[in-house]
Write a protein that binds this ligand. Structure first.
Ligand code: NFS
Ligand code: SF4
Length: 651
C-alpha cells in the first residue's frame, strides 16, 4: 500500500460519492473517524510492520535489528515473524469458528425443541447436509436429523484425535495432499489452543513447522468452522437465492426510523428482519410520526440478511461511522467483529443509540442489551420500539442522507448458482465448466475481504473487478468487497452488458445472472471453495482445486480473519493475491515460504500486488498457466474471441 500524505481530501479517501460526502461532513462537524485517526497514527511502527516485534514473554518486548538479531530468549526474526503470523491465523480462525459454534448450539436447541422463535427453515438443506455427513435421514423427523447433525458439528470443535469431518467435502486428491503434509486439522478448538501453545515462549521455533500449523489451523477454519457456519445458517434461516436490494448510505430513510444492524452473526438480525415488518411495530412507528422502519445492515450482518431477505445494505466496514454521521440513524445494533470501538464516541454528537448485544463484545458508552435467544422475537421488537422512541430526537439540522444507492442482486449460494446454470430440471455446473473449457470464460476469481483507510476505500476492489470483467473473468464476491461492488452497481445482470467481455456477457445473458456474484458474508468464503469443488466434480477441469482456473484476491484487507482465509485458500490449492503484504517482511525465510515454497506443497502461493493493474496481469498469468496445464488454452479459441471482439467494435 502506497504511503499516504498526512491529510487527504475526502475524495482521496473513498471511492463512492456517498462516503466522500459524509467524510466531508465529519470533517466540518469535527467528528473523529477512522480516516482522521489514520492521520494521527501516521508513521506506524516499522518493527510491527515487519513482524519483528515480540511481546510474547516478559523478558521482552524484543525487537530484531541488525545489531540485535535475537530476542532475549534467542528467538530470531524467522521464529518471531512466524509466531506472530500464527497468532493472526488463530485469531481469524477463532472469530469465524466461534460464530459457527453459536449457530451450531442454536441448531442443537432447535432440534431439542428449545429454539424459541427459531426453527428449521430449510429442511431440504438439512437433509442434504445430513446425507453429506452420512446421517440416515429417510423417514426420520427433521428434528432428529438436526440433532444428529448438530452433534457432528459440535465434534468439529471438540475432536481431539480425529480430523474434522468436513474435510471430506473436499476433492479426494486435495484430502490426500493435506494428509501427506500432516496438516489435516483436528477439532477447531484444539487447533487454536495449539497455536497459542506452540507460539508461547520456548516452544516451537522452527518457522516452517510453525507455518505448517498456521495452514492446518486455517483449514479448520475454511473447511470446518466457516463451512459449518454457512451450512447451519442455511438450515436455520434458509439457503440464499437471488434477491433484489440496494446498497449505500442512500438506503436510509428521510422519514422512516433507521435501524442499522452491524457485525456478523445472523441470529438476532433474522429476528429484527421479521419484527421490522410486524404490524405492531409499524403502528408504533406511525404513532411516533415516522413513515415506517428502515432496517439496513453494515458489514457481514448486512450480507447475511441481504442474501436471505433482500434487506438493504447501508455500507461496508468503513461506512460504519459515516452512517452515524448522516444524523439519520436512530439505533445501531452491534453483535460481534468489525464493530469499531469508536461508535459510542461518534454517536455522542448525534442522537444515535449504540446497542451492543453480545456479552463477549461490550464497548464503554454503548447500551448493553444482551440478546436473549429464547425470546428472540420479543427482544427484537423491544429494540425496534426503543429505536422508534428515539426518532423524536433526530435533529433535522444535522441530517444529510446522501442521494446515493444502487440496485443489486445478491444471494448466490452454490445451490442457487447450480440452479441458474442448469435450469429447473437439473441444476448443474456443466454450463460453467463448458464455458471455461471453450474459453468464453477465462476463469473464476474470488474477491474478498475488507476495506482499509490506508488506501482509498473500494478503489482497488472496484478497479480490479471492472478489469477482470472486461477479460471474461467471472467474479465471485463475499464480505465488504461484495458490498463495494453493490455500491458500484456491478451486482446486477445489466452490468454484464456494459462491463463484461463478449464471452462472459454471452454466458451471463443466457442464464440471466450478474457477472459478479455476491455469495454472502466472510464465513461464506467456504461457499467459494464449495463452488470450486463443484467445478472439479463436474469434470473436464482437472481433479483437484489446484487445477481449476481460479484465483482468490484480498485487495484491501485489514482483519486477522482475512489472514486465515488467505491461508485456507492457498492450502486448498488456490493462489491468493494480496493488495498489501502480511507483516512478514522482517523474515526473508517466512516471506519465501509463504510466497514461493507453498507452491510445491499445495500448488498455490501468496502474491503481493499493491497496484490493481499489476494484480490483473498476475491473475491473467495465473489463470493462463492453469489453462495451459489443462490443455484448454488453445490459440484457435482465443482467435474466435478476437473475431467477435472485432465484430462488436464494427457495429
Ligand atoms: Ni470479513 Fe465481514 Fe468486512 Fe473485513 Fe469485517 S465485515 S468478516 S473482516 S471488514 S470483510
Ligand atoms: Fe523476547 Fe523471546 Fe520473550 Fe519474545 S519470547 S519477548 S523474543 S525473550
Amino acid at each position: 500500500m502506497e504511503k499516504q500524505p498526512a491529510t487527504r481530501a475526502p475524495q482521496d479517501r473513498a471511492w463512492d460519492a456517498a462516503s466522500v460526502q459524509i467524510i466531508g461532513k465529519a470533517e466540518r462537524e469535527g467528528a473523529d473517524t477512522c480516516f482522521s485517526r489514520m492521520d494521527t497514527q501516521q508513521n506506524q511502527c516499522g518493527f510491527g510492520k515487519g513482524g519483528i516485534c515480540c511481546r510474547i514473554c516478559y523478558m521482552g518486548p524484543c525487537r530484531i535489528t541488525a545489531k540485535a538479531p535475537r530476542g532475549v530468549c534467542g528467538a530470531d526474526a524467522d521464529t518471531i515473524v512466524a509466531r506472530n503470523y500464527l497468532r493472526e491465523v488463530a485469531g481469524g480462525t477463532a472469530a469465524h469458528s466461534d460464530h459457527g459454534r453459536h449457530l451450531v448450539l442454536l441448531l442443537k436447541k432447535v432440534a431439542q425443541g428449545h429454539g424459541g422463535s427459531y426453527q428449521i427453515k430449510d429442511e431440504s438443506a438439512l437433509r442434504d447436509a445430513a446425507r453429506k455427513y452420512g446421517i440416515e435421514e429417510c423417514d426420520r423427523d427433521a428434528k432428529d436429523v438436526a440433532n444428529d447433525l448438530a452433534d457432528i458439528f459440535v465434534k468439529e470443535f471438540t475432536s481431539q484425535e480425529e480430523p474434522v469431518r468436513t474435510l471430506q467435502l473436499a476433492p479426494l486428491k486435495r484430502q490426500g495432499i493435506w494428509k501427506q503434509h500432516g496438516i489435516e486439522p483436528q477439532g477447531i478448538d484444539r487447533m487454536v489452543v495449539e497455536c497459542m501453545h506452540r507460539s508461547t515462549m520456548g516452544v516451537d521455533h522452527d518457522y516452517r513447522n510453525i507455518l505448517m500449523h498456521a495452514f492446518r489451523t486455517s483449514l479448520a477454519d475454511g473447511w470446518a468452522g466457516s463451512r459449518v457456519a454457512s451450512i447451519t445458517s442455511d438450515i436455520l434461516f434458509g439457503t440464499p437465492a437471488p434477491v433484489r436490494s440496494r446498497a449505500n448510505l442512500g438506503v436510509l430513510g428521510a422519514r422512516t426510523v433507521n435501524v442499522i444492524v452491524h457485525g456478523h452473526e445472523p441470529a438476532l438480525s433474522e429476528m429484527l428482519t421479521a419484527a421490522s415488518s410486524d404490524p405492531e411495530i409499524l403502528d408504533y412507528a406511525k404513532a411516533a410520526g415516522a413513515a415506517g422502519v428502515t432496517l439496513a445492515g453494515i458489514c457481514c450482518t448486512a450480507n447475511e440478511i441481504l442474501i436471505r431477505h433482500g434487506i438493504s445494505v447501508a455500507g461496508n466496514f468503513l461506512q460504519q461511522e459515516l452512517a452515524i454521521i448522516t444524523g439519520a440513524v436512530e439505533m445501531m445494533i452491534t453483535d460481534v467483529q468489525c464493530c469499531m470501538a469508536s461508535l459510542p464516541k461518534v454517536a455522542s454528537a448525534y442522537h444515535t443509540q449504540i446497542v451492543s448485544t453480545s456479552d463477549i463484545a461490550k464497548t464503554i458508552g454503548a447500551d448493553h442489551d444482551a440478546f436473549d435467544e429464547e425470546h428472540a422475537y420479543d427482544n427484537a421488537k423491544k429494540l425496534l420500539k426503543r429505536a422508534i422512541d428515539n426518532y423524536k430526537n433526530r435533529d433535522p439540522r444535522k441530517v444529510a442522507i446522501p442521494d446515493a444507492s444502487k440496485p443489486l442482486v445478491a444471494g448466490f449460494s452454490v445451490a442457487a448458482i447450480k440452479y441458474m446454470l442448469g435450469g429447473t430440471f437439473r441444476g448443474s455446473f456443466r454450463p460453467l465448466n463448458d464455458a471455461i473449457i471453450a474459453g468464453r470464460i477465462k476463469g473464476v476469481v474470488g474477491i474478498v475481504g475488507c476495506s482499509n483507510p490506508k488506501s482509498k476505500v473500494d478503489h482497488y476492489t472496484n478497479t480490479l473487478t471492472a478489469e477482470l470483467l472486461k477479460r471474461n473473468i467471472l467474479v465471485l464476491k463475499t464480505g465488504c468487497a461484495a458490498i463495494a461492488s453493490g455500491k458500484e452497481g456491478l451486482l446486477t445482470p445489466e452490468a454484464a452488458l456494459q462491463m463484461a467481455g463478449p464471452g462472459l456477457k454471452e454466458v451471463c445473458e443466457a442464464v440471466g445472472m450478474p457477472p459478479v456474484l455476491h455469495m454472502g458474508s466472510c464465513v461464506d468464503n467456504a461457499r467459494i471453495l464449495e463452488a470450486a469443488t463443484e467445478v472439479v466434480m463436474e469434470g473436464g477441469l482437472g481433479d483437484d482445486l489446484s487445477d481449476v482456473p481460479a484465483v482468490g484476491v484480498a485487495p484491501e484487507w485489514m482483519s486477522e480473519k482475512a489472514v486465515a482465509i488467505g491461508c485456507y485458500f492457498v492450502a486448498s490449492g488456490v493462489d491468493v493475491i494480496l493488495g498489501h503484504p502480511f507483516r512478514i517482511s522482517g523474515s526473508a525465510n517466512v516471506t519465501q515460504f509463504l510466497n514461493e515454497e507453498t507452491r510445491s506443497l499445495f500448488g498455490a502461493s501468496f502474491h503481493v500486488c499493491p497496484d490493481p493493474n499489476e494484480a490483473v496481469a498476475k491473475i491473467v498469468e495465473l489463470l493462463d498457466r492453469r489453462r495451459e496445464k489443462l490443455g484448454i488454452n488453445k490459440k484457435a479459441q482465443r482467435k474466435a474471441l478476437d473475431m467477435k471482439d472485432r465484430r462488436a467494435l464494427n457495429v
